[in-house]
Design a protein around this ligand. Structure first.
Ligand SMILES: Nc1ncnc2c1ncn2[C@@H]1O[C@H](COP(=O)(O)OP(=O)(O)OP(=O)(O)O)[C@@H](O)[C@H]1O
Ligand SMILES: CC(=O)N[C@H]1[C@@H]2OC[C@@H](O2)[C@@H](O)[C@@H]1O[C@H](C)C(=O)O
Length: 351
């Protein structure tokens, strides 16, 4: 067994609501404890920059990569100070995904590793996805190795973040894939009503289901493809929202129809894989209308963990990916991403 390892995991998800930071101790490959955790809300300035970065010039994007790295490093430094943390073996940072086109062998998470290291004076592990897409994989999802090793007592783990993704062990092998978008779409329409997100699903609840829209969404090609498969922002913009916006219905009806469509996709996935119980995490767990609707349409036992795990499971698992990278152990599973082999991914920076 390795000595206890103390690390800080950073996750900045697609919903862009904030930066999740967690300080965690790993005693070995199964045992962990989250010691401190916090979400740092993005200022509207950061949110705008990160949202618009995909249309920046190459030069502006290079600058933002470093600027965001400095920001992340500062947040780590403050977090260490505030929590009086004495021992940090390394920081593992996911960064912010700006482009993700595995079919063209590239993916980009900004938040420069050296810039982080320079501000917090710690060893940094980042860029976990590039090696996987170069090895022919989808570069996502990467969390399933954590599900396999840290949460093996559930039939499946479902994350309700910007996108929903599921992972499960099938015949001794971990498989995982994105099911459908969730909050990236719900937030988009909530914004048209003047909110950052549809709190507890209240606005969706006021809407009516447009059956034609739900059926058209259910026909999207992605849902009929086999795994491995993953979704990106570009797909949502070019394919998903284009369909929804063809319908001349209220925003509430769009929200309600999207919720129905997402719940149907998740329910179908549970049925297809004979899942009896599922651990659900991610901000979407707080959308009570969504969770209740899922409970109505599916018979699967839904397990909702403690607040720390709902909100910080991904940051915890990126810390775990860093942990395995530092010890040169496999942290990307070919059975999940479709890469040509299992591998240990992530670039390590020291200053
Ligand atoms: N009370 C609530 N009611 C409805 N939705 C909520 C509530 N609280 C959080 N959310 C949703 O959860 C989102 C944040 O979820 P999370 O932090 O899991 O996303 P993420 O990490 O950006 O996603 P990803 O896993 O795709 O990277 C918010 O943007 C919002 O849409
Ligand atoms: C390219 C990218 O950033 N993908 C994210 C995104 O957000 C959710 C889903 O799409 C998942 O595939 C992935 O993140 C999680 C944390 C993962 O890699 O497991």
């Amino acid at each position: 067994m390795k000595n206890p390892t103390f690390c800080i995991g950073l996750m900045s998800g697609t919903s862009l609501d904030g930066l999740d930071i967690c300080y965690v101790r790993f005693d070995d490959n199964q045992l962990f404890e989250i010691l401190h955790a916090e979400t740092i809300d993005y200022s509207s300035d950061w949110r705008t920059k990160l949202t618009e970065a995909f249309q920046y010039s190459a030069m502006d994007l290079c600058q933002l990569d470093v600027e965001f790295g400095y920001f992340l490093g500062e947040q780590v430094k403050e977090f260490i100070h505030k929590n009086k943390i004495r021992k940090v073996d390394f920081v593992a940072s996911h960064g912010q995904t700006i482009f993700h086109q595995p079919q063209k062998s590239f993916t980009l998470q900004i938040g420069n590793g050296l810039a982080i290291a320079s501000r917090c004076q710690q060893k940094v592990v980042c860029d976990f996805r590039t090696q996987d897409v170069i090895l022919g994989g989808q570069g996502a999802p990467l969390v399933p190795i954590g599900d396999e090793l840290l949460f093996s007592n559930y039939d499946a783990c479902l994350n309700l973040g910007g996108f929903s993704n599921i992972s499960m062990n099938r015949n001794g092998k971990r498989i995982a894939f994105d099911i459908c978008p969730i909050n990236i779409v719900l937030n988009h329409y909530a914004k048209q009503l003047g909110f950052d997100f549809d709190k507890n699903g209240e606005r969706a609840e006021q809407g009516h289901i447009n059956i034609a829209l739900v059926e058209e969404l259910n026909l999207l090609n992605f849902y009929h493809q086999p795994f491995p498969k993953s979704l990106g922002f570009e797909w949502v913009m070019n394919e998903f929202l284009t369909i929804v916006d063809k319908y001349d219905i209220s925003i509430e009806d769009k929200l309600r129809s999207c919720v129905e469509h997402f719940v149907i996709q998740i329910k179908n996935t549970f049925a297809l894989y004979d899942i009896n119980n599922v651990l659900i995490t991610g901000g979407g767990v707080r959308n009570t209308f969504f969770i209740n609707r899922l409970g109505e349409l599916s018979t699967v036992e839904i397990i909702i963990p403690t607040d720390n795990l709902i909100d910080f499971k991904e940051a915890l698992i990126f810390a775990f990916l860093g942990y395995r990278r530092v010890y040169n152990e496999i942290n990307c599973l070919a059975s999940v991403t479709g890469a040509s082999k299992d591998h240990s991914s992530g670039i390590i920076y020291h200053l």
